[in-house]
Design a protein around this ligand. Structure first.
Ligand SMILES: Cc1cc2nc3c(=O)[nH]c(=O)nc-3n(C[C@H](O)[C@H](O)[C@H](O)COP(=O)(O)OP(=O)(O)OC[C@H]3O[C@@H](n4cnc5c(N)ncnc54)[C@H](O)[C@@H]3O)c2cc1C
Length: 471
């Protein structure tokens, strides 16, 4: 009979969620194994958050030359971009982030704690690894992440399809590319590619971009981004081989022949190789085991799930929280429920696209008040030559409680945080207006949107001066 190794906790996946899980399991004094058959260093640092922001920064700085002449700065058109150097810079930056992750994690694991192999279930408490080891664990955490989706029908074009798994390794960029999927990743990388000199076409099955559900904000986003990138929305993309050997992409009435396709259609949770049948759990349509998002427990099994593999909130800070919850509960067995944070998601496009709190689509129009501010006249935005976009904020009409917001605007990454913190603190629009707003800052645009919203809610401040609290 095969020898079994016994531990208190086994964590499948040594990415961000797995490492956050470990941060709660180890201090509890539990014996633990981390199992990962892929490349270490986390998706975030290797092929996700960090290198993508590196590319975006370079692309934004190059693009900025378009406003130089307005400012009286001459010579912007002579700025030369060396794509090979730029991509190498991004890889160096990336390597730095990866090294930092490794030196704070697996480099210091005690011998035997990390198993360099893929794992699957044999029983609810037993795992087997691809290299033949058997592990019996009192509790198990699944933190296996996700991977880019490439439709099976596109297999024959695989060599001409780039995903984020390959993008950062490119030494040169293609001359032209179709960005298929204009969600977060498609927008961030697609806009950057355009600014780095690639002829880009953006395609999405949806009638919106960046996941926006507010039709007003979506309209502005499509107009702003559409000025830079031709956008074909509302029809599925199909690939075929063009006569010259390149790829022909067709969507509805449009078609274009491109050098490469950038596939940003979403990500697939890594559940297919876990042999979940062995634990007999109910799964959703994507094959993800049904679980409690407050305890991260799967059914009533001694098994927890965390990070992108849940396919629920595929964001780094959420992977962190889910890992902490799963880790705490796996270490203690208490299955304690934790409150989840106010949703916040940021697309680092230029301008930023931000969703915070409840989405517009999820709100009842009869009980919701909406406030708005256009960016065109905002002083700070004008000074920065970034006065494009709109902020829309939502509140419960009766109580004045802030519920959410969607926006496309410069410095949205910061405004989104402010709103998320206020929503999480259950503040009303009136209370927010009593906060300090400096001048001239982008927050004044948010203040104007909140003022508009305040006029539409029933619950007002108990003060003769709206913006001030009586002493
Ligand atoms: C291009 C891009 C940009 C992004 N930008 C942002 C951003 O700006 N902000 C943000 O918040 N989020 C961003 N994200 C999302 C963020 O990176 C993820 O939410 C986060 O990395 C998920 O961490 P994870 O631990 O779930 O997965 P991962 O870090 O992928 O870890 C999963 C691990 O599991 C291993 N594994 C898989 N299957 C098995 C198995 N059967 N056995 C053993 N090991 C297995 C894998 O090898 C991997 O190491 C971005 C993602 C991408 C792709």
């Amino acid at each position: 009979m095969q020898e079994e190794r016994q531990v208190d906790v086994a964590i499948i996946g040594c990415g961000s969620a797995g490492l956050y899980t470990l941060s709660k399991v180890r201090p509890a004094g539990k014996s633990v194994v981390m199992i990962d058959g892929g490349e270490l260093g986390t998706t975030c640092a290797r092929v996700g958050c960090m290198p993508s922001k590196g590319v975006i920064q370079v692309a934004e700085d190059v693009h900025r030359r378009e406003v130089y002449s307005r400012f009286g700065l001459e010579g912007g058109e002579q700025l030369a971009l060396d794509v090979e150097d730029a991509m190498e810079y991004v890889r160096d930056l990336r390597d730095n982030f990866v090294d930092r992750v490794l030196s704070n994690s697996s480099d210091n694991f005690p011998e035997g704690m990390l198993i360099d192999s893929y794992a699957h279930f044999v029983e609810p408490n037993v795992l087997e690894t691809a290299d033949g080891q058997r592990i019996r664990a009192e509790r198990i955490v699944i933190a296996t992440g996700s991977r880019p989706l490439i439709p099976a029908a596109w297999a024959e074009f695989r060599d001409d399809i780039i995903t984020t798994d390959e993008f950062f390794e490119l030494e040169q960029l293609p001359g032209s590319a179709a960005i298929i999927g204009m969600g977060v990743i498609g927008l961030e990388i697609g806009q950057s590619m355009k600014r780095l000199g690639v002829q880009v076409t953006g395609i999405d099955l949806a009638e919106t971009i960046g996941g926006l559900s507010d039709p007003e904000v979506a309209k502005h986003a499509i107009e702003i981004i559409g000025k830079e990138i031709p956008l074909w929305l509302g029809a599925p993309a199909e690939l075929s081989r063009a006569e010259d050997g390149r790829i022909k992409v067709t969507a509805g009435e449009h078609s274009v022949v491109v050098d490469k396709v950038f596939a940003s259609l979403g990500r697939v949770p890594n559940v297919d190789k876990l042999n979940l049948e062995a634990i007999g759990v109910a799964c959703d349509a994507r094959g993800v085991p049904l679980h409690n998002p407050n305890t991260m427990q799967i059914g009533d099994l001694p098994i927890y799930i965390a990070g992108d593999v849940t396919a629920e909130r595929p964001l780094l800070h959420e992977a962190g929280d889910e890992g902490r919850i799963a880790g705490f509960n796996a270490a203690t067995g208490s299955n304690m429920a934790f409150k989840r944070k106010t949703p916040l998601s940021i697309v680092f496009s230029d301008p930023n696209i931000v969703h915070v709190g409840a989405s517009f689509a999820s709100l009842d129009p009869d009980t919701t008040a909406v406030g708005a501010m256009m960016m065109a006249p905002v002083g700070r935005a004008l000074i920065m030559a970034k006065n494009r976009g709109i902020i829309r904020v939502y509140a419960d009409k009766a109580s004045g409680k802030l519920l959410g917001g969607e926006m496309i605007c410069a410095k949205g990454e910061n405004l989104g945080h402010l709103l998320a913190w206020c929503i999480q603190m259950d503040l009303t629009v009136g209370q927010l207006l009593q906060m300090p707003f400096y001048h001239p800052v982008m927050e004044e645009a948010l203040q104007a949107a909140l003022n508009d919203l305040y006029g539409k809610v029933e619950k007002k401040n108990d003060s003769p001066i709206t913006e001030l609290q009586p002493l």
